[in-house]
Design a protein around this ligand. Structure first.
Ligand code: SF4
Length: 406
């Protein structure tokens, strides 16, 4: 039985490597052309080639988003771009436009074609239509309940991918014109200005409809679908996707580390107890998320599933350091500081394919072995005594007793 694919976002080469080291089966990235989220799309063709080469060492795949809805002028250079992706060894392209799909089939036939969620596929008939067009996979619309996903999967002739975690649009994915209206920046051509998350004053017929000083903003809570993973596996869904090409390395490491362990535990044990799932959800909450909701998995999101007046994910300061090296003779770890920490901090290290390990940072030294009162300069190199051997790619966070906010 093939394991469900864990598909991670990556905004640059460093994050791609982190996702793969921490256990992603595949990574999706944006190139510099023909992709939404243009600000996150900072992979040159050289970076894509390097990313594919790195992924291959781990048996992982690279998918490239080519998901803009191109106008006539936007099509220039498409053939050459798709052929370059094929030559780099990219496994699949994620597209919303039939123009791009058909161009790839004709000019870069080794690329798998995955229909983007921008296409809002919500039924098996649409999935099977794309099968007849030679497509290889469909990313379902986010606006489906768990039972609707099961019904679509039951009659689909193509592998299906679903979103499991991350930011959601307040509007229907791929159908929002708010940014176009407010800023002339086209959300379907990579320019969304996230106008939904701005702060507004509300008027009706020129009259304020509540206190003018209280600014109104809209923002969806983040999706956390981990609790539905056993069902998605049972249904035979092929891939779970994490949203967030703009997110940090720490965010990606935390999520991929946790989902990797969760998937492996479900396959190893055949099921998962509620308490264990609670523990996994608490781990996922350690990344910089907004409060969580279940998206559309249990039905139409209600007022409680949205955020009004708050729009940021917030920086918790939990992520305190990267491990640069470990000296097993002197039992000393060399760290790069990310956020302030002091002697006495209860810390937790996590590394690719290793369980979490907690320890107390008793002392901190600089590179010349001078004792420090605090580590408060981001990117500074410091040393700490540490009995636990730490993997070179491990990250360290403060232990804060915190439950997922729902
Ligand atoms: S404006 Fe908001 S709801 Fe609309 S596409 Fe952008 S992020 Fe999504």
């Amino acid at each position: 039985m093939n394991k469900i694919e864990l598909l991670a976002p990556a905004g640059d080469l460093e994050r791609l490597k982190t996702a793969i080291r921490y256990g992603a089966d595949a990574v999706y990235i944006g190139g510099k052309q023909f992709s939404l989220r243009s600000r996150a799309s900072n992979f040159s063709l050289e970076d894509i080639e390097a990313g594919v080469a790195f992924a291959k060492q781990y048996g992982a795949k690279v998918h490239v988003t080519v998901n803009m809805l191109p106008h006539e002028d936007d099509l220039q250079g498409l053939i050459e771009y798709l052929q370059a992706l094929e030559k780099c060894g990219v496994h699949a392209i994620i597209c919303a436009s039939p123009a791009i799909m058909m161009c790839a089939k004709q000019h870069a036939p080794k690329l798998e074609i995955h229909v983007s969620t921008q296409h809002s596929v919500t039924n098996s008939s649409a999935v099977n239509y794309w099968k007849r067009k030679g497509v290889d996979r469909v990313v379902l619309a986010r606006e489906l309940t768990l039972s609707q996903i099961e019904a679509v999967q039951g009659d689909s002739e193509l592998p299906l991918e679903v979103f499991i975690h991350g930011g959601m649009c307040i509007s229907y994915s791929g159908r929002c014109m708010l940014s176009n209206h407010m800023t002339l920046r086209d959300a379907n051509r990579g320019g969304c200005a996230q106008s939904c998350r701005w702060k507004y004053r509300l008027y009706e017929n020129g009259q304020p409809i509540h206190d003018e000083k209280v600014l109104f903003s809209m923002s969806s809570k983040d999706l956390m679908g981990a609790r539905f993973l056993p069902d998605l596996i049972r249904m035979g869904i092929s891939s779970i996707k994490i949203e967030g090409r703009m997110k940090s390395t720490y965010y990606i490491a935390t999520l991929i580390h946790t989902y990797r362990m969760l998937i492996d535990e479900i396959y190893a044990k055949g099921s998962i107890f509620d308490q264990r799932m609670d523990w996994y959800c608490a781990q996922l909450a350690k990344a910089e998320n907004r409060p969580f909701a279940t998206g559309f998995y249990l039905g139409m999101p209600l007022a409680n599933d949205q955020l009004y007046g708050v729009n940021g994910a917030g920086i918790s300061g939990e992520y305190i350091a990267d491990v640069i090296a470990y000296d097993s003779i002197h039992k000393t770890a060399v760290l790069k500081v990310r956020n302030k920490f002091d002697p006495g901090t209860l810390a937790e290290a996590f590394a690719p394919h290793e369980p979490l390990r907690q320890f107390i940072i008793s002392e901190i030294y600089d590179e010349d072995d001078m004792r420090l009162e605090t580590a408060n300069q981001p990117m500074r190199i410091v040393k700490i005594p540490c009995e636990i051997p730490l993997n070179e790619h491990a990250m360290i966070r403060k232990v804060i007793d915190k439950k997922p906010i729902e």
